[in-house]
Write a protein that binds this ligand. Structure first.
Ligand SMILES: Cc1ncc(COP(=O)(O)O)c(C=O)c1O
Length: 488
């Protein structure tokens, strides 16, 4: 059963305390990292990072081991487990990406079936390549006006499992990058009725459940494994993330083994200490912080709503109020063009530009004053609108469905990735099987997977994204004109 999130203040920071103790011992550092507590760092780095460099340490006496923790890391992970409501929590130093790969590797083996939505992050595809699992994709609802996919609902998962009762796990993304959440409680009931685990990519939802106006967390709704990018919506340093586990459908030891296979043996203690501090901060200040932030966001809405720009709602389940997604099509703009305009003209930088919308993230550093500047910037945009409208950027379709192809891959991602392959001009590759992921970044959701047939629709969408100023990873060279395909 799920546990409620603990609100108990846990006023200790074991990793930071251990680091400071180590620093105070002032031993001569004949060990890595080679800058030896900043003494040898280049001057620019010393000027930039100063004192902090003396804390850039890795595994040393008294500092514990990430792969076999028994000291401050174990203590900090236990505190995180209590705070987030898991049985076990692991700290990650390569983002949610490494947690997602490890969770899939620990759960579904070569040739075994896993159900997942087609619009997963590329790290889930990497997990499938590593494990050799056979993905069965479930079709998410597609919104052609916004040009985005909704998270899966319980009925879709129930249908998927009825058609594939052999599945060994279900993997979901909730919330999506735009803050849309699945009804995870109902989904967990369906998945558990097959006695298989539910893995949730909650990369964008470390903060969920810490305030009554935030959607509930995946753990509180019964998910077996949950992966969170603590660096995205909490205050951990970039790359720092957590993997949480509860119940007995997946063996904790299997998760440990897979994490140890994939994580570095030289974890940065600055990253680990930042996870500890982020856990402490949300446990002790979360309620107050989200009271203020959600209040300031409501004031901001009052100013923005009369402007008439569409903002995204979730018709399937709850939505994270700390994400704002504005539709850009009424302005005759792509999200990429609006992103650039706001960045250059208003000094406002958004999180996620897409063809038909732009998503903003309101986090721990967002102040009421910043939100005021934000609404002024959007007001300025609306004043500038006629000018932008006379000079529209690259055309983009209004109604064409742009969801990645839902057909089952020709080969598993692993078979496609490791098959003999050759370079091929992208424009001539329609009908060929891709040996790689072709992926707009952000959001990092592949249009084509290794093992999947390259379609005219996917190429057209990639061309649109590139033309609008977006990036595609997976194309082979700087001219981005060739792609690796499976040899025929
Ligand atoms: C839905 C989703 N899952 C996983 C990830 C990977 O997270 P990380 O950057 O922490 O590795 C991302 C990154 O943007 C994401 O959007």
């Amino acid at each position: 059963m799920s546990r409620p999130i603990s609100a108990a203040p846990q006023d200790v920071l074991p990793i930071l305390t251990a680091l400071l103790q180590r620093q105070s011992q002032a031993t001569l550092p004949f060990h890595t990292p080679g800058h030896q507590q900043g003494r040898g760092s280049s001057q620019v780095i010393q000027d930039l990072l100063g004192e902090g460099l003396s804390l850039d340490l890795t595994e040393l006496p008294g500092l514990d081991y990430l792969a076999a923790p028994s000291g401050p890391i174990a203590e900090a992970q236990d505190l995180a487990a209590q705070t987030f409501g898991s049985d076990l929590t692991w700290f990650l130093v390569n983002g949610s990406s490494v947690g997602i790969m490890a969770a899939l590797l620990a759960t579904v083996g070569e040739g075994e079936t896993v159900l997942l939505p087609r619009n997963v992050h590329q790290s889930a595809i990497s997990g499938l390549i590593l494990s050799g699992a056979n993905p069965v994709f479930i079709n998410p609802d597609w919104d052609a006006t916004w040009g985005l996919a909704y998270p899966l609902g319980a009925e879709q998962v129930a249908q998927g499992l009825a058609a594939h009762p052999e599945a060994k796990a279900v993997f979901l993304v909730s919330p999506t990058y735009e803050g849309l959440c699945s009804p995870l409680g109902a989904i967990a009931n369906v998945v558990h009725s097959y006695d298989i685990p539910l893995i949730v990519d909650e990369a964008h939802g470390s903060h969920l459940g810490f305030h009554p106006q935030l959607p509930p967390s995946a753990l509180s709704q019964g998910a077996d494994v949950v992966i969170q990018s603590s660096h995205k919506t909490l205050t951990a340093l970039t790359q720092a993330a957590m993997l949480h586990h509860q119940g007995s459908r997946i063996h904790g030891q299997a998760l440990s083994r897979c994490l140890n296979l994939l994580q570095t043996t030289s974890p940065s203690y600055l990253l680990l200490a930042s996870l500890d501090a982020a856990r402490h901060q949300i446990a002790t200040q979360g309620q107050q912080h989200y009271d203020q932030l959600i209040g300031a966001i409501a004031d901001c809405w009052q100013k923005l709503d009369p402007l008439g720009l569409p903002r995204l709602d979730n018709r399937l389940g709850p939505m994270d109020p700390t994400r704002l997604t504005l539709g850009t099509w009424p302005l005759g703009l792509t999200g990429f063009a609006l992103d650039e305009w706001l960045d250059q003209q208003q000094k406002i930088t958004a999180e996620l530009p897409c063809l038909r919308y732009l998503t903003f993230l309101w986090g721990w550093g967002t102040t009421a004053k910043m939100l005021e500047s934000f609404s002024e910037g959007i007001n300025a945009l609306m004043r500038a609108y006629p000018i932008l409208r006379h000079d529209p950027p690259a055309a983009f379709p209004l109604n064409e469905s742009m969801l990645p192809s839902i057909s089952q891959p020709h080969l598993t991602p692993r078979q496609g990735f490791f098959a003999p392959q050759e370079s091929f001009p992208l424009g001539e590759s329609i009908g060929r099987i891709s040996a790689t992921s072709l992926c707009p970044y952000p959001p990092g959701i592949p249009l084509i997977l290794p093992g999947e047939v390259i379609t005219a629709g996917a190429i057209a969408q990639m061309e649109q994204i590139l033309e609008a100023g977006g990036q595609i990873t997976g194309l082979e060279n700087h001219s981005r004109k060739t792609v690796s395909v499976v040899m025929s």
